[in-house]
Write a protein that binds this ligand. Structure first.
Ligand code: OXD
Ligand code: MN
Length: 592
C-alpha cells in the first residue's frame, strides 16, 4: 500500500523504533488480507476455527483469565490539568504518563509483528467521520478492528495528506495487570494501551477513540459523542422515527437496538443503525442528527438467545469472532441463556477446562463477547451509510434499578432531560471489573467513557439544547424493577416496543400521559398494557411515584453534585430544587 502521508509514516517509523517489532505489516482492509490474518491467528493459537457448518467463518478466542473486561482503575485521561479530566477520570500528568509508557513500550513488540491498522469512524466521505490508526502487536485485535470499523485503504483515502488522525498505540506487552495502562491524551489525539488484549482496553477505536477522545473533541467543536444505540421505528404507514439511547454496559442496549416487535405490533419494524456509540450533531434544520461511527457489534454473549434477541442470533450465525464463550466437542459455541443441549459431554468452559452444568462454574465468562459485522444484521438500516446521519426524535437514558425508578418518564424540557441523564444511577454489571449489583452514578451511561470533566460535559449538553431549534424529547427508562419475590415485573425484550412507541407518540403530540413530580408517565392504556398479564400491583410498581423514595434520592444528589464544585452548571441544581418543590419538600443546598 503506497502510503505517502508523511505524518502517518513518521509516526509509524518512530513507534517501530521504540517498540522494535520483528516486522511491520500495513493492513489495507481487503478480504484476502483478512483471510490471511485469520490463518495467521489460527496458526499462532490465538483463534480456534469453529464448526464450519454450524458456524461458517467463525472463530473462538480465549483471552488471558486476568484480562476479561475493561479495567477502569487502569484507565487515565492525561490532560494538562487535573481539573480538565475531572473527578470522573483517573488522571496522570502527560509528561509523567509518556515517560512511564515509553519505558513499557520500549522493545515491547520484540519478536512480534506490528500491524498498522488505519480505520475510518463513520460513513465514507462524511464530513462527520474521523480517521484513526492503531499500531498493535495483537493479530486478534487487528481482526476485531477489521470487523468493528471501516478498516484499511478507505481510511487513508479519507485522510489524504492531513495529519488529523487519532494515534492509537497498543501492545499486549506481558499482560501484567500491575502495569496495565490505558492512557488518553486528548490534547494530542493519542491513546496508549499496554498489557491488556481485551475489548475496550485494546480495540482502541471503540471506547478510547469514539467515546473518550471524541467526547473531548465534541466539546471543543460543538457536537456530542455518546454511549448510545441508534434505531429507527417504522410505523404501519411507513414513517420512520429515530431514537438514540444510552444504557450502561450490559443492560440490554444491544437487544433494544434491534428489537423484533411482537406479532401483535403488525406493521411496526425496528431498524438498527448502531448498538453502542452515536456521534450527534446539529443539522441546518435545527434538529439533532446521529451517525454510528462503528461497523460492527461487540456484544455480550450470555443472555443472548432467540428469545431475547433473535436478530442478533441471526447476525452472529456466520463470520463472527467469539471470545471467552464455552465450546462443545463438535466445535459449536455455548453460553448461559442458550438452551442446554441434551448432552454436555466434552464441553469446555471459557478457559478451555472441562465443564458440566452444576459444577459451580460459569461455562462462558459473564463478559464473553461476539464481534460481528453490522451489515449481517437482518434489520440493519441502510441509513447507517448516510453521510448526514439520521434525525433523532427521541433520546432515551436507561438504567438498571430494582427499585424507585419507573418504567419510563418523559422530561418536561431539554434541561430537565439533561438533569434526568446527569442523575442516572445504575446497578453495576460484569462489563467492567469490580463488584456487580452495586448502585453507582453513571450520568448519561458515560461515567467510564467521558474524556473530560463531567461538569463541563453537562454544560455542553445544556448548550447543545440552546442551539437546537427542534430538540428531541428526552426520556428515562428502567426495565429492571423487581417485585417482592425478586422477579422482574416488566416482561422486557420485544415488549419494550410499547415504551418506544409511546415515546414516538409523545414526540408527535399523541399518547396519554400523567403529569407527576418526576415527569410525564404513560397510562396503562397508552402502553396498550391490558394485553399484558400484569396485575394492578405490578402496574403500580412500574408506573407510580414513591414520593419519600424520590425525596431521599433527590437529596442524595447533593453529594454527587458537590464533587464538581463551582464547575457544576447551576441549571442542574435548579432542576433538583424544582423536583423537591414538586415533591413538596424543602430543597437541600447542592454544594454541601
Ligand atoms: C461495551 C461496554 O463493550 O460498554 O460496549 O462495555
Ligand atoms: Mn458499551
Amino acid at each position: 500500500m503506497g502510503v505517502e502521508n508523511s505524518a502517518v509514516l513518521a509516526w509509524v517509523n518512530k513507534t517501530a523504533q521504540l517498540t522494535k517489532p520483528e516486522r511491520v505489516v500495513w493492513l489495507n482492509g481487503s478480504e484476502e488480507e483478512y483471510r490471511q490474518l485469520l490463518a495467521e491467528a489460527v496458526k499462532g493459537g490465538q483463534l480456534i476455527p469453529l464448526n464450519s457448518e454450524r458456524h461458517p467463518g467463525c472463530y473462538l478466542h480465549r483471552s488471558h483469565p486476568n484480562d476479561v473486561a475493561r479495567t477502569e482503575q487502569c484507565t487515565y485521561v492525561c490532560t494538562s490539568g487535573k481539573e480538565e479530566a475531572g473527578p470522573n477520570n483517573n488522571w496522570i500528568a502527560p509528561d509523567e504518563a509518556y515517560s512511564t509508557l515509553n519505558k513499557l513500550f520500549d522493545g515491547a513488540m520484540r519478536g512480534r509483528a506490528m500491524y498498522v491498522v488505519p480505520f475510518l469512524m463513520g460513513p465514507k466521505g462524511s464530513a462527520f467521520s474521523r480517521v484513526g490508526i492503531q499500531l498493535t502487536d495483537s493479530v486478534y485485535v487487528a481482526i476485531n478492528i477489521k470487523i468493528m470499523t471501516r478498516m484499511g485503504a478507505v481510511a487513508l483515502e479519507q485522510l489524504g495528506n492531513s495529519a488529523d488522525f487519532v494515534k492509537c498505540l497498543h501492545s499486549l506487552g506481558t499482560l501484567d495487570p500491575q502495569h496495565r495502562y490505558i492512557c488518553h491524551f486528548p490534547q494530542d489525539q493519542t491513546v496508549y494501551s499496554v498489557n491488556s488484549g481485551y475489548g475496550g482496553n485494546a480495540l482502541l477505536s471503540k471506547k478510547c477513540f469514539a467515546l473518550r477522545i471524541a467526547s473531548w473533541l465534541g466539546n471543543r467543536e460543538g457536537w456530542l459523542a455518546e454511549h448510545m444505540f441508534i434505531l429507527g421505528i417504522e410505523d404501519p404507514k411507513g414513517k420512520v422515527s429515530y431514537v438514540a439511547g444510552a444504557l450502561p454496559s450490559a443492560c440490554g442496549k444491544t437487544n433494544l437496538a434491534m428489537l423484533q416487535p411482537p406479532a401483535k405490533y403488525k406493521g411496526y419494524r425496528v431498524w438498527c443503525i448502531g448498538d453502542d456509540i452515536a456521534w450527534l450533531r446539529i443539522g441546518a434544520d435545527g434538529r439533532l442528527y446521529a451517525i454510528n461511527p462503528e461497523a460492527g457489534f461487540f456484544g455480550v454473549a450470555p443472555g443472548t438467545s432467540m428469545k431475547t434477541n433473535p436478530n442478533m442470533m441471526r447476525t452472529i450465525a456466520k463470520n463472527t469472532l467469539f471470545t471467552n464463550v464455552a465450546m462443545a466437542p463438535d466445535k459449536t459455541v455455548w453460553w448461559e441463556g442458550l438452551d442446554l443441549p441434551a448432552s454436555t459431554d466434552g464441553f469446555v468452559d471459557w478457559q478451555g477446562k472441562v465443564w458440566q452444568p452444576g459444577n459451580g462454574q460459569k461455562a462462558a465468562h459473564p463478559n464473553s463477547r461476539f464481534t460481528t459485522p453490522i451489515t449481517q444484521c437482518p434489520v440493519y438500516s441502510p441509513h447507517w451509510e448516510d453521510p448526514q446521519g439520521v434525525p433523532i426524535s427521541a433520546i432515551l437514558f436507561g438504567c438498571r434499578r430494582s427499585t424507585l425508578v419507573p418504567l419510563v418518564q418523559e422530561s418536561f424540557s431539554w434541561q430537565h432531560g439533561v438533569y434526568l441523564g446527569a442523575t442516572l444511577a445504575s446497578e453495576t454489571t460484569a462489563a467492567a471489573t469490580g463488584a456487580t449489583g452495586v448502585i453507582r452514578r453513571d450520568p448519561m451511561a458515560m461515567l467510564p467513557f467521558c474524556g473530560y470533566n463531567m461538569a463541563d460535559y453537562f454544560n455542553h449538553w445544556l448548550k447543545m439544547g440552546q442551539r437546537l431549534t427542534r430538540p428531541p424529547k428526552i426520556f428515562r427508562v428502567n426495565w429492571f424493577r423487581l417485585d417482592e419475590q425478586g422477579k422482574f415485573v416488566w416482561p422486557g425484550f420485544s415488549e419494550n416496543i410499547r415504551v418506544l412507541k409511546w415515546m414516538i407518540d409523545r414526540c408527535q403530540n399523541q399518547g396519554d400521559a400523567v403529569k407527576t413530580p418526576v415527569g410525564y408517565l404513560p397510562t396503562v392504556d397508552a402502553l396498550e398494557g391490558k394485553e399484558l398479564s400484569l396485575s394492578e400491583k405490578e402496574w403500580k410498581i412500574l408506573l407510580s411515584v414513591d414520593r419519600p423514595g424520590w425525596v431521599d434520592a433527590a437529596q442524595k444528589q447533593s453529594e454527587f453534585f458537590g464533587k464538581f464544585g463551582e464547575r457544576l452548571p447551576p441549571q442542574l441544581v435548579d432542576e433538583q430544587r424544582a423536583l423537591l418543590e414538586r415533591l413538596n419538600e424543602k430543597p437541600v443546598p447542592a454544594r454541601s
